[in-house]
Every structure is written in C-alpha cells, then in structure tokens.
Design a protein. Sequence first.
Length: 278
Amino acid sequence: MTTEAATPKRTAKEYKSDYKPVWCPGCGDFSVLSAVTKAMAEMNLPREDCAVISGIGCSSRIPAYTSVYGFHGIHGRALALATGLKVSRPDLTVIATGGDGDGFSIGGNHFIHACRRNVDMTYVVMDNEVYGMTKGQASPTTAPDWDKSKLTPQGTGVNPFNPMAVALASGANFIARGFSGDPNGAAKLIVEGIKHPGFSLIQILSPCVTFRPEQRDWKGVVRPAPVEATDDSARAARRLMTDDGFNTGVLYYGHRKVYEPKLEEKAALADIEQGFAI
Ligand code: SF4
Ligand code: MG
C-alpha cells in the first residue's frame, strides 16, 4: 500500500476519469461526483488504494467517471460486491455508490445486512425519490401522493421507506445526510464517513431534474440539522423518525465493533487469492 506521505497532493480533477457523464444537464449527480472526488482529494487517497463500487441506475455510473478502481455491478448488489472486496482487501478504501431504487428496493436486503455487519466502508446514496434511468417510476422513497408516473397515476398510496431510521436500527455506525446543491458540504460528510470506522451511510439529496423537476426547489428547504450529531442511538432514532428529510449533517455516529473476517475466513480468502495467482 502506498503511504499517504509518499503520495503527492492530488486535486479532485485527478480522481475523475476522461469519460463525459451522460447525465441530463442539471442532474444533481454531477455535484455528487464532484463531492466524491473532492473527498478523495481532501484525504489525498492514493488512487490505486481506492475502489468505487455500484449497482445499476443513473447514479451508479459513478465508477466509470472516477479514475480509481471501480466496478459497475448488477442491480441492487453494490453492497454485496463492496463487502466482498473490503473483507478480502481491507487495505483499500471502499466506497459504494448508487441511488434510492437500487439501494433500498432491489438492494434493500443487502442494505440492511451491510448495516448489521458493519464492514468498514462508505455508502453514498444519491436519493431523488424516483427511478430515473428507467424513466420515472416511483421508488421506495417516493412520497405516497406523487402521481406523475404512468404506473402510479394516483400515487403509490404507501409510506416511503425511511433509509436513515432503518440504517440506525440495523446497526450502521455513521449516518449523515447531504445535498448535491452543497458539494463542499457533501464532500466533508464523505470524508467523515470514510474516516469513521465501520459502515457509513451518506444519503445525498440529489434532484432528478427530468422526472422530478420540482426537486429544484429543495435548495430552499434543505438546512443544516438544528442539533449536534449524537452517538446516543435512542436520541438519534427519535430525530430520524421525526425529521422531514431535509436536515443535513452528521445525524448519528456509533462505536460498534467493526466486522473483521475470522481466522478461518481469512485462510479461505488466502486460498482464493492463491487460486487466482496460479
Ligand atoms: Fe439525473 Fe434524472 Fe437525468 Fe437520471 S434521469 S441523469 S437522475 S436528471
Ligand atoms: Mg433514484
């Protein structure tokens, strides 16, 4: 592993690839890409020691747009892939990225158990309360009365999933919310998430300007959480169950033991590694 001291200070631009994002003009994901690369630059992470892993969706294209190692996986499986990578290569900084549909619907089960396992990695979820890539269907975080999708012309009629409360209940060790309209603030949260041991969830409100144009108004309602971050899970539960989804900042940090593979699992991983080497 390259030491930080030996690595010349990099700029955020150096963590971006040469591929031009295909996102719609004005999509919040542009700013989240900037936030991710700013965070890497802020930590001066050696690119060869970093991996960005995703599933499927507009926001899941981020691995292609970064210059670190990456894997654009299959729908809902970003966390399964990221977990496998991190336990076999604990020296790497592993960041999983994706959207609300990928992470909380198809990937919902992986999400719960990634929080529970508490492997040391960071999950950046660009939440726009819609399936953008498949052209605007309701996602798990869509409000019940959103009626603009042809599939749900009268709204879904069901309460949205609360990823933050579920993350807390499932054992996530760090829970924060950012906004794409504040990429510097989002980058700061990503840095904190990476540095905090265990599984970190960073939800970034990231407007889908094509299918949810009204989300442009989020900039008028997003605000810093009015209270300090807490490590009291009961207090955090009350906040996460009652906030309106627009409070940003670190909302919870825990002290749970980070998952580490047991000796026999390490031996199995070594066998696999040897197999690859043959
Ligand atoms: Fe962004 Fe929405 Fe366009 Fe996807 S469909 S690129 S989420 S604006
Ligand atoms: Mg989405």
